[in-house]
Design a protein around this ligand. Structure first.
Ligand code: KET
Length: 393
């Protein structure tokens, strides 16, 4: 095994003895003190659960009921018509990855002729994950390296030409790896194309709360549901609960009506039974408690805002340091316009290698930089190291 392009860097970072090392590779949120935070709301929910330790039966194949209801409220909004109508089939999954895989298996089984189109570029694991489920994976134009923006017209044109019932993977917000998202107006232009071409949207929402806010980041999902489309959403609590190892996520399939949703849920259950049978209890109980308790929910919402604000502040500081160094002779505006955990720096593989080898600064080889690994103590040194590799290129 040649190793995973993202997880392999985490191992290399951990083995690196240099004290000044900085991890800007894997998508983990570190706080100002360079720790993975234990969120206050999560700690309180966990402490409450410890006081009432009970039996641990197998959960149903589709997971814990309160967790699933919490996912629907968080992803779609409590008052959404599709939630109230009971036309969404929601499953507790093993992280966002588990949701993608269970959804991919379902799609391959019931739409065997359908291929999937993912953005160019996308999260490194999307391609292998969908290929493992038997789907053919193609790309649609997305990132414009020349402008640091979106090739929206080319993207639309590509999607307009796809065979009916093709699956289209879309990032809800905080696009990984580029940080470049569609605007609300662009979503509004895209949705009719998805509908008219009878495409099957599969939305990956791994960073809800890291862009503009929990509700704001779900704009695309809710707009698709409002437009009456049938589609898949994979959501993850790894980042916004700082809950990586608990493997908590959800798969929601928005259907025409309650009857279809029941049928789809049954087939998803069958899929789960074939893979891992049933999901684990602990993390789901914690998430369900936070999402189901008004006080904990308010506290968690505040904490997600805190993470988002710190990420923005780090974007600004890295931008300011690079802008100062290059005195306007190079434009680093992309750091400010890109959203969420990542920025796409445009650094090439040899520059990324040099950053790691000479400066102990770890980025993904695509040039993706995880902003939340920056803090007041390391941002100047990172900017200086970036400047050095840019100048020596
Ligand atoms: N979707 C996207 C877009 C994503 O970035 C990740 C994780 C996931 C799904 C998986 O979520 P999880 O709940 O952990 O199963 N991305 C980070 C970690 C990784 O590569 O596994 C990353 O890109 O660094």
């Amino acid at each position: 095994y040649a190793g995973d392009p993202i997880l392999g860097l985490m191992d290399a970072y951990q083995a690196d003895p240099r004290p000044q090392k900085v991890s800007l590779s894997i998508g983990l949120y570190f706080d100002e003190a360079c720790r993975l935070p234990v969120l206050g709301a999560v700690r309180q929910a966990e402490e409450a659960l410890l006081r009432e330790i009970g039996p641990r039966p197998y959960l149903p194949m589709h997971g814990l009921a309160d967790f699933r209801a919490g996912v629907q409220r968080m992803v779609f909004g409590a008052d959404h018509e599709a939630v109230k109508a009971g036309r969404i089939a929601t499953l507790q999954t093993l992280g966002g990855s588990g949701a993608l895989r269970v959804g991919a298996d379902f799609l391959h089984r019931y739409f065997p002729a359908s291929a999937i189109w993912v953005s160019d570029p996308t999260w490194d694991n999307h391609r292998v994950l969908f290929e493992a489920a038997g789907l053919q994976v193609h790309t649609y134009p997305y990132y414009d390296a020349a402008t640091g923006g979106l090739r929206f017209d080319a993207m639309l044109e590509c999607l307009q030409g796809l065979p009916r019932q093709s699956v289209v993977l879309l990032h809800a917000s905080c696009h990984n790896p580029t940080g470049v998202d569609l605007s609300a107006a662009q979503w509004d232009a895209l949705i009719p194309v998805l509908r008219e071409r009878e495409l099957i949207p599969f939305v990956d929402m791994a960073y809800q709360g890291f862009g503009d806010g929990l509700d704001e980041d779900a704009f695309a999902v809710r707009a698709l549901a409002d437009a009456g489309l049938q589609f898949f959403v994979a959501n993850s609590f790894s980042k916004n609960f700082s809950f990586y190892g608990e493997r908590c996520g959800g798969l929601s399939v928005v259907c025409r009506d309650r009857q279809d949703a029941d049928t789809v849920l049954g087939q998803l259950q069958a899929g789960v039974r074939r893979i891992y049978s049933t999901p684990p209890t602990h993390g789901a109980r914690v998430v369900a408690k936070v999402l189901g308790d008004a006080r904990l929910l308010a506290s968690w919402t505040q904490e997600t805002a805190g993470m988002r604000i710190r990420i923005r502040a780090m974007r600004e500081q890295l931008h300011a340091a690079l802008h100062e160094t290059f005195r306007g002779e190079r434009d680093f505006g992309y750091l400010l316009s890109q959203r969420g955990m990542f920025s796409y720096t445009g650094l090439n593989e040899s520059q990324v290698d040099r950053l790691r080898e000479q400066h102990a600064v770890y980025l993904v080889r695509s040039g993706r930089l995880c902003i939340s690994g920056l803090n007041n103590a390391n941002v100047e040194a990172v900017a200086a190291a970036m400047a050095e590799v840019i100048r020596s290129a």
